[in-house]
Write a protein that binds this ligand. Structure first.
Ligand SMILES: Cc1cc2nc3c(=O)[nH]c(=O)nc-3n(C[C@H](O)[C@H](O)[C@H](O)COP(=O)(O)OP(=O)(O)OC[C@H]3O[C@@H](n4cnc5c(N)ncnc54)[C@H](O)[C@@H]3O)c2cc1C
Length: 486
């Protein structure tokens, strides 16, 4: 307490929240969930009064589904989609004979070998409410809809953010120790930080028509993730957009050809009839929208205590279906790293690894999406970017093939050992840093993970290996070394 003679200093402005997340799209919701799951207080502000009702991304990748599975959301997410094989069908119309081609998403058979889960054909407007509900189940998270960021000042050890209530126009200031700018392609935060985007901002334009029509009846057992039709007057793609017969028909235009306004409902219905090959189809047109194909990367993803994440950091065309997946995976990466630093499990240098590790993946997906043939690449080439170097999936033999090695990953570090692991267990208890849980694997599972008998593998929450040791290693020294290297 101050004595009467001690001059009273003004109170140091304290951050009112450890983390402010701007935007409640897939990137913002994922960042916030990851923080909340670590017990970190987080505020999410979202300009819209409600989540977007647009189906947009309909392809949830293997790695994204693994993250959703680790949160217990797999079934809830799948419930809003359709069961399809991950192949592209190509033909003159949906009603004609066509061919199937592999895509960059693994087929069901491939997935069964490489992952405890598989990609899902689920629209973004089903996924986002599932994420929001999950976020709201944590007492440490607050979501403010209808609230936008209108200004910010990045100070050395926090960010001062001006928020505005979209309806009342009232403004207020919030101090955040860290800020995650997940405010999309036209990021206000990115502009305020003076960060520029590099790369083509208008590669082409596309028209997406959302409609309902009984196409599954026509397609029968030809259930695929995307249908490309080559009809000369109606070339485009049909993409399932959720439960029942909800579809999006997408047509891409070269910029030079795109001078006309978007088609009317009647014109769209005619194109859908031509593309489907069903002259008497009566599609119920629900929405016609245009969007721009952009392939851009932000110059840098961080300014002081503010981080860009998702479309704010990278714009990826829909070719290949990686935009939202990249956003979610980067958001997960940022989330656990911020949590570790705020919990004191790691020094702030860990935050430097966010851009270092995620930028190459985003750069790859941006370039791929700019390539007109980028959508045709195969899983064999594209899976490494999606899986992000996580440890192999091996079903635990002791648990009747229901628990994967990926299911053992926790919020801290996970150490996989082979029997006997008593010395590793003892060493794990003596090393400072994040909580470290030890799992003793049977020899064959360990072999599948590349762990020799008597050796060990240390993994981060995202499954990336943080250390690997052969037999004969002195456990305490190995773990201390891994701790220093972080
Ligand atoms: C037609 C189409 C099809 C696509 N298909 C796929 C696909 O199959 N697979 C795939 O992976 N990706 C796909 N994508 C891309 C995917 O939709 C985006 O990559 C994804 O939405 C990015 O998520 P985000 O959270 O970064 O940004 P957004 O989803 O754009 O969310 C940003 C949020 O921030 C809010 N916001 C903005 N400014 C402020 C502010 N100042 N204050 C507060 N809130 C603010 C916005 O209202 C918005 O809700 C597709 C995109 C389109 C257009």
């Amino acid at each position: 307490m101050n004595s009467p003679t001690t001059p009273t200093r003004p109170p140091t402005p304290r951050a009112s929240t450890p983390v402010l997340v701007v935007g409640a799209g897939p990137a913002g919701l994922t960042t916030a969930i990851t923080l909340a799951r670590h017990g970190i207080e987080v505020i999410v502000v979202e300009r819209r009064p409600a989540l977007s009702g647009l189906p947009r991304a309909a392809s949830i990748s293997t790695r994204t589904m693994e993250l959703l599975r680790s949160w217990g959301l797999e079934q809830e997410v799948r419930a809003g989609g359709v069961e399809v094989e991950w192949k592209q069908w190509v033909g003159p119309t949906l009603n004609a004979a066509g061919d199937t081609h592999l895509t960059s998403f693994p087929t069901r058979e491939q997935s069964a070998v490489l992952s405890p889960t598989a990609p899902a054909s689920v629209p973004q407007d089903h996924l986002e409410p599932v994420l929001l509900n999950h976020l709201r189940s944590f007492g440490t998270a607050r979501v403010e809809m209808g609230t936008e960021v209108v200004g910010l000042e990045d100070r050395s050890d926090d960010v001062q953010v001006t928020l505005r209530d979209v309806e009342t126009r009232e403004t207020r200031i919030v101090h955040a120790r860290y800020l995650a700018a997940a405010d999309g392609a036209r990021s206000t935060v990115r502009d305020a930080l003076g960060i520029v985007m590099r790369g083509p901002g208008r590669l082409s334009q596309a028209i997406g028509t959302e409609f309902r029509a009984p196409l599954w009846e026509l397609l029968g057992d030809r259930r695929y993730c995307i249908y490309a039709v080559t009809h000369p007057e109606a070339a485009g793609v049909f993409v399932p957009a959720g439960h029942g017969d909800r579809w999006v028909y997408g047509v891409e235009h070269e910029l030079a050809q795109y001078s006309s306004p978007k088609p009317t409902k009647d014109q769209s219905a005619r194109l859908i009839r031509l593309g489907s090959g069903l002259a008497d189809l009566a599609p119920k047109i629900e929405r016609i929208g245009t969007f721009t194909f952009a392939a851009q990367l932000a110059d840098r993803w961080r300014e002081g205590a503010a981080f860009l994440v998702g479309d704010a950091a990278h714009q990826i065309t829909p070719r290949g279906g990686t935009g939202m997946n990249t956003a979610i995976q980067s958001a997960y990466d940022l989330g656990w790293k911020l949590a570790w630093v705020l919990l004191g499990w790691s020094g702030p240098q860990l935050l430097d690894t966010y851009e270092a590790e995620r930028r190459p993946v985003a750069a790859h997906n941006v370039a791929r999406s700019a390539d007109p043939h980028g959508g045709a690449r195969l899983a064999a080439h594209e899976l490494p970017a999606d899986l992000g170097g996580r440890i192999p999936h091996v079903w635990l033999r002791s648990r009747a093939h229901t628990v994967s090695t990926l299911d053992l990953l926790g919020p801290g570090l996970t150490l996989f050992t082979t029997d006997p692991s008593a010395t590793w267990q003892r060493a794990a208890r003596s090393v400072p840093g994040p909580p470290l849980v030890v799992h003793d694997l049977d020899t064959i599972t360990a072999r599948g993970m590349g762990i020799p008998r008597g050796g060990a593998l240390l993994a981060r929450p995202d499954g990336a290996p943080a250390g690997w040791w052969p037999s004969g290693t002195e456990p305490a020294a190995a773990l201390r070394h891994a701790e220093r290297a972080r």
